[in-house]
Write a protein that binds this ligand. Sequence first.
Ligand SMILES: [Zn+2]
Length: 332
Amino acid sequence: MALTRWLDRFRALAAQAPGLAEDTVTLAPARGAIRPSHHLVFGCMVHGEECGPLPGVVAALEALAHGALRTSAHVTAFVGNAAAGLADARFLESDLNREFGESSSDTHEGRRARALTPVLAQATLFVDLHQTIQPAAEPFWIMPFHVQGALWARALDAAKVWMTRAPDAQFSASGACADELVRRLGRPGITLELGQKGFGHGAEMRAERVIRRALELVEALDVGATLRALAAERPEPAYFETLHAVPFDRDDYALRPGLVNFQRVTRGERLSADNAPEVLAPVDGALLFPKYPPRDARGAYQQPLPAELVRLVAPMSRHPLDAYGLRATVES
Ligand SMILES: [Zn+2]
């Protein structure tokens, strides 16, 4: 099984250069580096079955460990939920990416979140690498707006679109994501969706590229560049927000086959399958998280149904700095 081989390579690195938790690698800066100013943390497989980024993470770590790639930063990478990955599951007992709050549960994932908290607390930048269940027309950022995170996302130039929402209002006591924990500590924590889950959908190459780009940026920052200037050299992502979510509140709902994340649709376009209740796109925009739940032998959906059938998203009419009242904080 390909995952076992990649996990073995990751764990060989973790045995040589262990981080603060199991399945974590921490590499020290290259000898002779300028005083390290950054600790980059990369996460993958926080959802077990999203194994696609792992080969890219391993490739970048091996290049660093063998000296083919040098950096002035500490670099940490972790495999979030290897046990779930080996079971080809999103999680074993609870969603790890809802366990980083103040009260995590007494589950495999709750314990893992507690173990990973000191790993995340080291980050001056945290990039969490995820994949979607269905294919994606393009990779996308997904997290609440964050001023520093926006500069990093733009400078990293790993996706042209960002699904965003208002900045974290208050930290959720339960249910927090890994990137949210880092933002709560006042640092940029950003999440990249690299395409459909599993190997062979491009996540390997995209993960390695974003890690290498982060190392380049740290190198430039350490010799005096500003993040603002580095960001300005790359195109700003288009900010999308959710306009409409279709609740999955009927057992006979079904989407037409083949809908993917960030597929553009026009108002009135039929989204439902021929034999299912009509669902039309209420607005021009793009689709997010189309659901095709598994069915049993009689054709009935396995329960429980997901909360939403599909989301309609569209570009924000105002820049998030204006929409969220943050313009003054960056121009003062
Ligand atoms: Zn995920």
